[in-house]
Ligand binder design. Structure first.
Ligand code: AP5
Length: 224
């Protein structure tokens, strides 16, 4: 069976991380989430983490040179050889070009880009109710996707927290940055015939069903 090399695209809070958990259960893909990688660097207090935190807390993008370097190394790791799922990368045209060049060097292709469409007015409500397990990155929502025990992770029971960049004013800034710097990727991937829009406003299980159908079609087309 051919490898699946996928990108999850969409505004902050569109449900990329939520759906990534489900996709990873169904397909054996290396999960590369630049936001998670940066938060880990922040938690470790590394130079990269200290630099990234300033941008993340302000709702801005970490500079392309930093992200592209970090990403390129991760793409070449052994577990990414048979397929990958990118969440939060690329986020600028420069990052998309760098990804294209890296894949060309490796003799590989992108399979598809899943675009989660959710209007801005839903985003702030989603993000203000988000709770995460900082260790595993597992995501919940106090109303829309609650854990079995309030404030505790379903799998390992650890305490759920709110992300530092989930304050309403930072969320508004992140949305503005998305529209200005990341949304141009929609046309970029549409022109390359790779874009697959998904209605992200339905319940998580329904969105997951749409994703499964899209991926099944993509896999059939690839194997044909
Ligand atoms: P990152 O961690 O990538 O954040 P993001 O893209 O802003 O995305 P989020 O994680 O906020 O949202 P999501 O779409 O995963 O939604 P989720 O599933 O959690 O990046 C953080 C920062 O790092 C950036 O601002 C930037 O500074 C930096 N960075 C990262 N990558 C970078 C790059 N490539 N270049 C430069 N800088 C970079 O869902 C949200 C909530 O809604 C949850 O509570 C969930 O339970 C709930 N929910 C999910 N689906 C549904 C549904 N269908 N209905 C109702 N509620 C739902």
């Amino acid at each position: 069976m051919s490898e699946l090399n996928l990108i999850l695209l969409g505004p902050p809070g569109a449900g990329k991380g939520t759906q990534a958990e489900r996709i990873r259960e169904d397909f054996d893909l290396a999960y590369i989430a630049t936001g998670d990688m940066l938060r880990q660097a922040v938690a470790e207090g590394s130079d990269l983490g200290r630099e990234a935190k300033r941008y993340m807390d302000a709702g801005e993008l970490v500079p392309d040179a930093v992200i592209i370097g970090m990403f390129s190394e991760r793409l070449r790791a052994d577990d990414a050889r048979d397929g990958f799922l990118l969440d939060g990368f690329p986020r600028t045209i420069a990052q998309a070009d760098a990804l294209g060049e890296a894949l060309m060097e490796l003799g590989r292709d992108l399979t598809g880009v899943l675009l989660f469409e959710v209007p801005d007015e839903d985003i702030v409500r989603r993000i203000s109710g988000r709770r995460v397990n900082p260790g595993s990155g597992r995501v919940y929502h106090v109303d829309f996707d609650p854990p079995k025990v309030a404030g505790r992770d379903d799998v390992d029971g650890s305490e759920l927290v709110q992300r530092d960049d989930d304050r309403p004013e930072t969320v508004r800034k992140r949305l503005a940055v998305y529209h200005e710097q990341t949304a141009p990727l929609i046309a970029y991937y549409e022109e390359r015939g790779l874009l697959h829009p998904i209605d992200g406003t339905c319940a998580p299980a329904e969105v997951a069903e749409h994703v499964r159908r899209s991926l099944a079609t993509l896999q059939r087309e690839q194997d044909f």
